[in-house]
Write a protein that binds this ligand. Structure first.
Ligand SMILES: Cc1ncc(COP(=O)(O)O)c(C=O)c1O
Length: 421
């Protein structure tokens, strides 16, 4: 995370000291680096060394300013609801580069997508396929579709974000793939263009992707024998990012990296794209996390310190309603002080104000010794951060700001009581 760094013991985002943002905008506050987003996007688009289409997964972060930035860079969009189609179009994404996935598309959403001319649907069941055909017939149009096939491959990520195994709700079971493609070919208002897989998120090893790529190529060969030829392959997203030791400084504790070395996007793409070459298909990818995660941080203030005989608690003003990932799947975010004032460390639980024992940002964590009023940055919070906020406990959602060099722009105002109903 090049664009979050300590300069003279003060954490900056690009050229802006984060403590100034805390003073001006209060906490909790999401801060994003424009240049980190751009750099990540450009890396993803060039890392493979060949030509492929990058559809940014809006679910990772759908702030309109960020969407506009990526649309202006020529990104396509991976969406999972009519709402995300609306946001993508409003931000300027080309409709033909919008791909519509999701296991539970409603009829009105299918109709909306068709009326807006989205590129194609990633279809997750035969019933959905039949409904899309009916809606397309009614609208006197043809729906371009890929079938999302579940390859039953373990992405070795957290169970809640592993999506490519038999017992997951996603996609069509591999054993039924040929049958599903045959059905799709027989439907009047359906144009079959490709195959889609997405085996999970925060994937840190290349092997599950290689296995999936080989599975896809074998399936394409099998389909060709049945005279079904596909023109494109969509391999989804999922490239893992570094959450642990994302930022280092001699005053910070060194975090234990349980994830091992995280493979770079270049290595991910470098090992899978050549496998697809013989198919002659165009390649589509749908990264979310790898574009925005390390471009964002959540800033929060220490409200109180509390020791009991079992634990030391650091109570902060950001709760699970502001960043759900730790509570939802014990996700790890490095937490660092905005100002380095000590080299002393201690083991604490960082907890929020929400009335749930599961409301925590870190547990059993060595952190720099803190005091009431210190400001902290929860790092690598740009993906699946703000998008999962809620008003739980009647807490207004935080503001979001975008930093570009020395410039700071509010890209979402802090909510007020008016937003609570
Ligand atoms: C179908 C699909 N595509 C793309 C993504 C983006 O994944 P990531 O943010 O891990 O790149 C997801 C997220 O889980 C997804 O479900």
């Amino acid at each position: 995370m090049k664009y979050f760094s300590y300069k003279e013991n003060e954490l900056h985002c690009e050229d802006v000291p984060l403590s100034e943002l805390v003073e001006e905008f209060g906490t909790p506050l999401y801060v994003y680096s424009k240049n980190q987003i751009l750099e990540n996007f450009r890396e993803v688009t060039t890392a493979g060394g060949t030509s492929y289409t990058v559809c940014y997964a809006l679910k990772a972060n759908s702030n309109s300013a960020i969407l506009k930035l990526l649309a202006s860079e020529g990104a396509g969009a991976d969406v999972v609801s009519a709402g995300e189609i609306h946001l993508a179009l409003k931000a300027g994404f080309a409709p033909e580069k919008i791909v519509f996935a999701g296991v539970g598309k409603r009829e009105d959403e299918i109709e909306y997508a068709l009326s807006k001319g989205v590129g194609y649907f990633n279809v997750e069941s035969t019933q959905e396929l039949q409904l899309i055909s009916l809606v397309a017939l009614r609208l006197n149009t043809k729906a371009r579709i890929s079938l999302r096939i579940n390859p039953d491959i373990d992405a070795e990520s957290h169970p809640y974000i592993s999506t490519g195994m038999k017992h997951n709700k996603f996609g069509i079971e591999a054993d039924h793939a040929v049958e599903a493609f045959t059905t799709a070919m027989s439907l009047p208002a359906i144009e079959v263009v490709g195959i889609h897989t997405h085996i999970g998120s925060q994937i840190t090893k290349v092997e599950p992707y290689i296995e999936t790529a080989k599975f896809i190529v074998a399936l394409i060969d099998k389909l060709r024998e049945q005279k079904i030829s596909l023109s494109h392959i969509d391999i989804g997203g999922g490239f893992g990012v570094q959450y642990i030791n994302a930022l280092t400084h001699e005053a910070l504790p060194v975090e234990q990296n349980t994830n091992g070395v995280i493979v770079s996007v270049k290595d991910f793409l470098g090992s899978i794209l050549p496998i697809f070459e013989p198919t002659g298909c165009s390649i589509w990818i749908e990264p979310g996390r790898s574009i925005v995660a390390n471009a964002g941080a959540l800033l929060t203030n220490v409200l109180y310190l509390k020791d009991n005989s079992a634990r030391k608690f650091v109570i902060v003003d950001a709760g699970m309603n502001d960043l759900l990932r730790p509570s939802l799947y014990s996700a790890y975010h490095q937490i660092v002080p905005l100002k380095i004032e000590t080299y002393e460390h201690e083991k604490v639980d960082v907890v929020g104000p929400v009335c749930e024992t599961g409301d925590f940002l870190a547990r059993d964590r060595m952190l720099s010794k803190l005091k009431r009023g210190d400001a902290l940055a929860v790092l690598t919070a740009g993906a699946y951060g703000f998008v999962t906020t809620s008003n739980y406990n009647a807490r207004p959602r935080p503001a979001e700001v975008l930093v570009n060099g020395e410039k700071v722009r509010v890209i979402r105002e802090r909510e007020t009581f008016d937003n609570l109903g």
